[in-house]
Design a protein around this ligand. Structure first.
Ligand SMILES: NC(=O)c1ccc[n+]([C@@H]2O[C@H](COP(=O)([O-])OP(=O)(O)OC[C@H]3O[C@@H](n4cnc5c(N)ncnc54)[C@H](O)[C@@H]3O)[C@@H](O)[C@H]2O)c1
Length: 464
């Protein structure tokens, strides 16, 4: 059997991107994937299917809430759930097939099955042991479990993010446990589809790690959209009876116990690395106390020739962070320089409006003792956002008080997930807020709000 230069374990965004880049650099590459289709969590049961449902439910919301305001009259649009799920599956299928095509084009062997590592240089799939010079672990993550809560995606009552993508019906009521990215994206899907959604969150605020002002405004916007929030509440158990669920939680402020009944419960309390079965213990690959694979500056684990990237290693669990690491580690293995700028990794919540951020929050900057300027601009002053009925948010740009260098940006607004990239590029180039302010922005666009926030870091925004 021929020897590979690289075997990548896992064909999610980290793994498949790593395999493609390594093949482009002339390496002989195989990628092991046990799922029926390539693309990992992101394409199969994560980013992509959820975006299809977010889009469809947003369209529904537009017909119900905004069409009449624009003079678009007519019959009330109804949901055909089976058809909507079909659209979601087609979106997924088109993308996973695309990766298969890219593998063929780049002459990457797809080793079908679940891998374990016998030793450095030996990967076992089924009964076959493959020889390779290098191994990259890109095995991703899985939903974490919660004590007292049993997820059963098949039954479709208490589900995790995977089960929430194909509930048997649109529930009349839903409890979402955890006000993180998954809980709020999928919670807003079902709220728009007509469910009465209550989000129960352990902390006293939503979206931990985000800018404080963004958290508050985002919660207000979601509340206006019909989501209810119970904050400072620890869920201690969920029971099911007669096709419905009862969620028990304790308020942290007074330890009082409460319950909520719901037709469906989404458990969205985080994800954990998926590395069971790889045989890392036997190999002596070190892991952190939270179960992430330990790596050095070149993504190499404690065992030479075995690398790890993506959700399996510490850092934000984001597909694009995994992709960047995948490309970088392929470069390193090919003897070149791989680089990831961890201070410029955007984060996006794909609700409507979207929430996007990059770099330092105001709180983190202050905690680090940095002197900063904050330039804020509300979308109320942006003509385009107003025409889209999405003017409730703002752009907040953070710059160094002395050098004016851009340190971070936080946006709630229409297509914030697209807009954030102008700031990412600016940060990569070490730009100042003035550089953004002096850059001509097309009118009328939502991106003008980014320029206005940059102007607000200096002489002042024009339309504020
Ligand atoms: N758009 C995106 O970029 C995107 C989309 C989906 C997932 N992801 C990533 O996937 C990972 C998992 O997402 P997530 O939303 O599940 O996790 P998360 O860590 O973002 O949020 C989980 C929330 O659950 C709360 N929680 C934990 N235990 C609780 C309890 N007993 N009762 C009440 N609340 C409790 C936590 O305080 C936290 O706010 C994240 O790293 C996220 O960034 C990203």
């Amino acid at each position: 059997m021929s020897t590979y230069d690289l075997i990548v374990i896992g064909a999610g965004p980290g793994g498949y991107v790593c395999a493609i880049r390594a093949a482009q650099l002339g390496l002989k590459v195989a990628c092991v994937e046990g799922r029926e289709t390539l693309g990992g969590t992101c394409l199969n049961v994560g980013c992509i299917p959820s975006k299809a449902l977010l889009h469809a439910s947003h369209m529904l919301h537009e017909t119900h809430e905004n069409f009449e305001k624009m003079g678009l009259m007519g019959a009330h649009v109804e949901v055909d759930w089976a058809k909507m799920l079909g659209y979601k599956s087609e979106t997924v299928g088109g993308n996973t097939k695309g990766i298969e095509f890219l593998f063929k084009k780049n002459k990457i062997d797809w080793l079908k099955g679940w891998a374990s590592i016998e030793a450095a240089g030996k990967v076992k799939v089924g009964e076959t042991v493959y020889e390779t010079k290098n191994i990259v672990i890109a095995s991703g993550s899985e939903p974490s479990t919660l004590k007292g809560v049993e997820v059963d995606n098949k039954a479709g009552i208490v589900v995790d993010s995977t089960g929430a993508l194909e509930l048997p019906k649109i529930p009349k009521s839903m409890v979402v446990i955890g006000a993180g990215v998954i809980g709020l994206e999928l919670g807003s899907v079902y709220a728009r589809l007509g469910a009465d959604v209550t989000v129960v969150e352990f902390l006293d605020f939503i979206t931990p790690g985000m800018d404080g002002e963004v958290q508050k405004q985002f919660q207000k916007i979601l509340t206006k959209q019909g989501l209810k929030f119970v904050l400072g509440a620890a869920v201690s158990g969920v029971s099911t009876e007669n096709g419905a669920a009862k969620v028990t939680y304790k308020l942290r402020k007074d330890d009082s116990e409460h319950t909520i009944d719901a037709e469906a419960v989404l458990v969205a309390t985080g994800r954990r690395p998926y590395i069971a079965g790889l045989g890392l213990d036997t190999l002596g690959v070190e892991v952190t106390d939270r179960g992430f694979v330990k790596i050095d500056d070149h993504w190499q684990t404690s065992v030479k020739g075995i690398y790890a990237i993506g959700d399996a290693v510490p850092g934000p669990m984001l597909a694009h962070k995994a992709e960047d690491e995948g490309m970088a580690v392929a470069e390193v293995i090919a003897g070149k320089h791989g680089h990831v700028n961890y201070s410029v990794i955007p984060g996006v919540i794909y609700t409507t409006p979207e929430v996007a951020s990059v770099g330092l929050t105001e709180e983190a900057a202050k905690e680090a003792g940095r002197k900063i300027k904050v330039g804020k601009f509300p979308f109320m002053g942006n003509a385009r956002a107003k025409a889209l009925f999405q003017a409730d948010g703002f752009v907040k740009l953070i710059a160094d008080a002395e050098t004016d260098r851009v340190l971070g940006c936080h946006i709630i607004g229409p297509n914030a997930g697209e807009m954030i990239h102008e700031v990412c590029v600016a940060m990569e180039f070490g730009a100042s807020a003035q550089d953004i302010a002096l850059t001509c922005h097309a009118h009328p666009t939502c991106s003008e709000a980014v320029r206005e926030a940059a102007l607000a870091c200096g002489g002042g925004a024009i339309h504020a």
